[in-house]
Write a protein that binds this ligand. Sequence first.
Ligand code: FUB
Length: 339
Amino acid sequence: MADEEYTSLDYDELNAKALSAPLVKHIYTADPSAHVFDGKIYVYPSHDIEGGVPFNDNGDHFCMEDYHVFSMASPDAEAMDHGVALHVDDVPWAARQMWAPDAARKDGQYYLYFPAKRADGIFQIGVAIGDSPVGPFKAEPEPIAGSYSIDPAVFEDEDGSHYIYFGGLWGGQLQKYRNNEYGQSHEEPADDEPALGPIVAPLSGDMKGFAAEPREIQILDEKGEPLLAGDHERRYFEGPWMHKYRGKYYFSYSTGDTHYLCYATGDSPYGPFTYQGRILTPVVGWTTHHSICEYEGAWYLFYHDSSLSKGVTHLRCVKMAELTYDEQGRINTLDPYPG
Ligand code: FUB
């Protein structure tokens, strides 16, 4: 849908039937990455602003400058804003566009992972470190060596090892890379070729770098064949997330231009993953982005839409809803506006 189509909706009607109200209303927030630390939920979102940058296909109008962290004492509690946790001016290598972040904890330290553009317009991923889950975080002077593209998501496995997933097409620049190398002439593969996959790397013990070369993840169809680039309803676009349920790895993501949140399952954090289905049908606004976390035995989906701004695609609001599984471990698809 074009932006005008979102802005012309009846928002009283839409909000009345929405699955969730915005968690935060005093600023615009998006791309929520949620984690439970010491019994509290912490949400690490993007902080959307109106920067007056004209709309384009590269998403330059998503011109965010800082991050706020929110905490919730329980899933029903209010989201508390802990203020600016990191600003682009305090990141030596970054020039603009602080897009979707994530966070992790190890040995009492907290690590905020974030993508931003360098002055030459290339996205890389940085890490900033703090003593508290809500920051402030101090950025490392350089981006993570060998990192590229956007949307870092960090998963801690049961053995304590951490993996970082990343990558996003179009404005996120993933189509410019093959085997971790940038090529100006690279574009998305033809429709009948395998789709580009998201990227994964194990994190080093100090959480500041990759412990091994990043690898491309394969997402397979029901016949074990890689999803094709033309399969826009199922192929990976951006916004990776990993969680584990009953011993299986659930890799979830956005399909971008078809606006679904989908998932695929596998037996290793590296994949391959087999496509299973949809988690969330399209929200209002072009982007859809999520995280999944467990709180006291129940599972929650954190997502966003553009309802708070009445349909402005780059002014979004974070929401949450309970996520359920059927007996076979399949995620029950949610409709953001079921009423
Ligand atoms: O927030 C900017 C970009 O929009 C994110 O990095 C994408 O995942 C999409 O939500």
